[in-house]
Structures are given as C-alpha cells and as structure tokens.
Design a protein around this ligand. Structure first.
Ligand code: TEU
Length: 563
C-alpha cells in the first residue's frame, strides 16, 4: 500500500471529503477585512477536527480581484492580500502534518487583463504574435463596429470587447466568456499549453496534492468561432442542450479532452500521483463521465445532484445516472451541494421545490422562504450526500447551516454578474459572506480586534450560527456534520464503493451499502417507520416518539448485516 492509499488500499481521493475554502471569507489574520493564508493556517485544526480529508482553496494568485481571483495575473505566485509564497508553503506543511491534503484552483480558460501576456497583446497591435495567445478578431459590419459573433458572456451581454489600438483608433475585439477583464486564451497555441504545464509542476513541486479545474469544459473553441445561433440563453445549463453533444461552439467540445490527457500524464509523473477535479457544467452525467475516463481527470463535480430539487424522484434520478455513468468508466462519483457560485442549500431548499433547477440567487427571487424547513432539508441532504458512494465536497459555512445572505445592500455587491447583467441578477456575493467564528457581533471572530470591517457585511443571524455557539451542542448542524464525518471515516461501508436501492414508500429514498449500512431519506411530507431490526446510527432530525422518521430527514442505520 503506497502512502497515498486509503484504508482499503484504494487511492485516497476516491472516497475523500474535501472542504472548500473560499479564502477571502474564511479567516482574516492581518486585519484588512479579507481572509488570508495565515488566517487559514490558524484554523486548520478546526478542519482536522471537523473530519475532512482535504481542502480545496479558491484562487490565491495575484489578481485585480474583478472576479474574486478568477482573473489571474500571475499563476505562480500568491497575491499579497492573501500572503506570500512562504505563507503558502507553510500552510502546505501544516496541513500535511495534520493529515489534510491540499488542492488549489487552476483557471485555464482565461487570464486577467492585467496578465503580462494580455498587456503585451494589447500593446503589440493587430496581427502580432502576442495577440495569438488570445482570441482577437476583427469586428463585423461597417467599420467593424459589431462583435465578431453572437456569443454571450456567462455574466451577461456580449462576450466580446473592442480594444483601442496603440494608434488610438478602435480596433479588434477579444473574446471573454466571463467578465471583460477575463480574456479567453487560445488553447490551440503551444505557449498556452506549455505555460499551464509549467504552472502545474510549479505547485506540484511544492507539495500541492491536486487542482480543481475552473470551467474545465470551455477551453477549446470551434475553429472559425461560428455563431451559437438563436434561442440560446446566457446560462450554462440552458443553452448547452440545444446542441448535439460535443458540438456547441464553446462548451464541452471533444478537443478539450486532449488537454486533460496531457495534464494527467503530468500528475502521474509524481511519486505520489496528484489529482484533478473538473468543474464542468455539461449536459448530464454521460457527458461528464467523459472527463474522468481512465487517462483523463480523476474526478468531476456531479452538478446534476447539486441542481436537483428536494424531490425524491429527481434526487434518485440524479444519483442513479451519475453513479451509472461514472461506473462505466471506472471513476468514483463526486457529490456536491453548493459552492461559491451557487445559492446556499438552506435558502434553496427553503423554497417550494419545482422541477426547474434553482442554483442561483436570482432563480429564487420573490419566492417565499421557510428557512427552518430549508435547514432541515439541507441537513438531510448533507447526510444523503455523505452516504453516497464516492467523494464529496463541503462548501465552507454549509457545515454551520448558514443561509444565503439575500439582502446585502446594493452598494456592497462586488460580483461582476451584478454589473454585467445590468443589475438584473444580484450575483453570488450572498454565499460569500465572511464566516462567523464567535458570537457577539461583527466581525464574529473573522478578523482580529480593531480590524477593518469584513469585505462583505455579516448579518445578525451570524451570532447564533457561529462556530463557538454550535460547538458542543449535539443538536447543532456543526455537530451533525462532525458526527457524520467521524462515522464515515470509521464505517467500512462508506466512501468509495457501490449502493443497492431498497424498496421504499413514495417520496422516500432507501439504499444499502455493504457491510451493514442503510440510509433512509424522507423527502415526503409524512413521517415514515424506520426498518425493523436496524439500529439508528445518526439522524438529521431525531425520530418521533413512535420511532418514525419525520419529513425532510435522513437516517443512517446499522442493518446488522455482515458480509
Ligand atoms: O464558474 C463557472 C461558471 O460558469 C458558473 O459557475 C458561473 O460562475 C455561474 O453560473 C454564474 O452565475 C467558475 C468559477 O467557479 C466562478 O467563480 C468564476 O466566476 C468563473 O468560473 C470564471 O472564472
């Protein structure tokens, strides 16, 4: 068994629970109101005690922070607001000493407009070698006044911006699938491929255990950059299915897989092989599984589960199809309920559940919320997720049951989605509010005394949801997560493996995992009996006096069966 192997000899990542650290909002050590690497180092024992196996840290590279660090100006350094390279190395040492692995976030689709390559491209002018690393094109129409094609930015409006040429005249346009400050790279250019390989090695050589790959499905664009055509919406999940699989001009194209075969070879060249997880919003598990074929990436977020409403059939369908398609290529499924782009589960499940995916705040606008119900469901969903075969990602603050902060004042909103959508969508700041560590008022232990206010204001409810308040309270969401992670670690049936669905009443999901584990998820609106002969290990809500599991609750059971 190599040092990277898990208890049963399987590679650690196949069944790992990974905690997502949104660094700006995790813990602030230097008192500037924004989280940093030293803050994270000071809280590593909290993560060890929570019981996770690894961390994924959102981009910490030098960045103008137009898109929270997803606009990278230098891939092989650390932004001074977050710390230094020495701090990063110390963090890796500390984490490894505590038995935590560390994944970083790589952003290959685009750079910042302040990246030296893009600055050189602007300065060098049309036709230059420097411009060929990006996607510069002449405009359409008289005078080239129209964008080169109809592609839309994910954040709203055209995906093209026109530049002023060195001679002062309006000139070419460049492509940016996200903000204008995030120009897309041209992945057919050998410099681009070589430089990212260099970045992977730079961090792997420093002991980083792997990478989450940002918008992994967008890198390679169709030659000639043809129009997407009519009837498309600027939203990933809605415009992809209109296209035959693999043929959208910029999402999920076949050519992207060659890049990941190269990256896999880099990861495998290390004595302790490094791992990848793809962020790929593609059209269903079958397309997703293509990213985790044996010579490609190790894992990919199963977003069908994330967007699934709290409804038994939808959840079962998402789980079943994800498991099936991953098994076909020999990869473990990767479950996730939220991240820094999506609305907090407590607030999502607080709404009436429709058949439509509702993973962004703007999907919920105007729909009445019952946060207590949302929290029950979020707790139940967490136990469901942690009982499923494969690995799971836990977004910071979800272990505390934090809700989305839906009423941030407009003047503090920073997400480029807010401005680019012409204020039609408030964006993703509401799930990025700095964490509450202690009760007693802002900054709730996020920053040291006397610090600048947190970069987003924290709501009063942070007091009752703070880590210190939940610590030791067996009824708290924090203790529920700790108990689940403890059990998951010690129970031989949990983590990587398979499941067997069991017969269950309408609105209830029931499955078994060998040896001796059962999971019952009550998505219906009435309580249901626990199976006879089983012993309750953990429940997101205690059974009633008659031993029945209430609605919106999950139970973990010892079924007594031994292999
Ligand atoms: O997100 C990819 C993405 O397209 C969506 O999650 C998108 O941000 C959301 O649907 C908008 O409502 C990744 C990062 O996770 C995100 O934070 C970045 O903004 C984006 O890439 C660009 O790098």
């Amino acid at each position: 068994m190599s040092p990277v192997d898990g208890p049963a000899g399987a590679p650690w990542w196949r069944g790992a629970v990974v905690y997502q650290v949104y660094l700006r909002s995790f813990a602030d050590a230097d008192g500037d109101g924004s989280g940093d690497v030293r803050g994270l180092r000071s809280r590593l024992t909290y993560l060890r005690d929570l019981g996770v196996d690894a961390l994924w840290i959102n981009p910490w590279y030098p960045s103008p922070m137009v898109d929270g660090g997803y606009d990278v100006a230098d891939y092989r350094s650390v932004d001074p607001r977050f710390g230094t390279l020495a701090d990063a190395e110390a963090l890796l040492d500390d984490a490894h000493r505590l038995g935590l692995r560390v994944l970083l976030d790589i952003v290959p689709n685009h750079t910042s407009d302040q990246h030296p390559w893009f600055r050189a491209a602007i300065a060098a002018g049309p036709g230059s070698a420097e411009r060929r690393r990006y996607l510069f094109r002449p405009g359409r129409g008289p005078g080239g006044d129209e964008p080169p094609n109809d592609w839309q930015s994910v954040f709203g409006r055209s995906a093209w911006t026109r530049v002023v040429e060195p001679d002062g005249r309006p000139g070419e346009w460049y492509l940016h699938l996200f903000a204008a400050e995030q120009p897309d790279l041209d992945w057919t250019h050998p410099d681009v491929r070589a430089d990212f390989e260099k970045t992977l090695r730079f961090w792997f050589d420093r002991g980083v255990d792997g990478f989450r790959i940002d918008v992994a499905h967008s890198l390679v664009k169709q030659e000639g950059l043809p129009d997407v055509g009519s009837g498309t919406a600027p939203e990933l999940l809605t415009d992809a299915p209109a296209w035959p699989p693999g043929e959208h001009p910029h999402w999920d194209r076949e050519e992207v897989h060659a890049v990941y075969r190269e990256w896999r070879a880099v990861a495998d060249s290390y004595r302790e092989p490094r791992v990848f997880v793809a962020e790929a919003w593609v059209d269903g598990p079958e397309r997703l599984a293509r990213y985790v074929r044996p010579d490609e990436l190790h894992s990919a977020f199963g977003f069908d589960f994330l967007v699934s409403p709290w409804r038994a059939l939808a959840l079962r369908r998402a789980v079943e199809s994800t498991l099936l398609e991953h098994a076909a290529v020999g990869a473990p499924s990767t479950w996730v309920l939220s991240n820094h782009d999506t609305v907090r589960p407590v607030s999502r499940y607080a709404r009436e559940q429709t058949d439509k995916p509702a993973f962004n705040l703007h999907h919920l606008a105007g729909r009445p919320a019952d946060l207590a119900r949302g929290r029950s469901r979020a707790r139940a969903a967490a136990l469901l997720m942690l009982a499923l075969p494969g690995s799971a990602y836990l977004y910071q603050g979800d272990e505390l049951g934090l809700p989305e902060v839906e009423d941030l004042p407009e003047d503090v909103l920073q997400d480029p989605e807010w401005t680019r959508s012409g204020h039609a969508r408030r964006g993703r700041d509401g799930c990025r509010v700095p964490l509450p560590w202690t009760s007693g008022g802002p900054p709730y232990g996020f920053s040291p005394p006397g610090a600048a206010p947190p970069w987003l204001p924290q709501p009063p409810v942070w007091g009752e949801l703070a880590v210190a308040r939940q610590d030791g309270d067996p009824a708290s969401t924090l203790e529920l997560n700790r108990a689940a992670l403890r059990l998951r670690r010690s129970h031989p049936a949990l983590g990587d493996g398979t499941l067997r669905w069991l017969d269950a009443p309408d609105g209830v999901l029931a499955f078994a995992r060998d040896p001796g584990f059962g999971c019952l998820v009550n998505v219906s609106d009435r309580s249901v009996p626990l199976p006879a002969g089983s012993r309750l290990l953990l429940a997101s809500c205690p059974p009633d006096a008659g031993g029945r599991l209430p609605p919106d609750a999950t139970a973990w059971l010892d079924t007594g069966e031994r292999a």
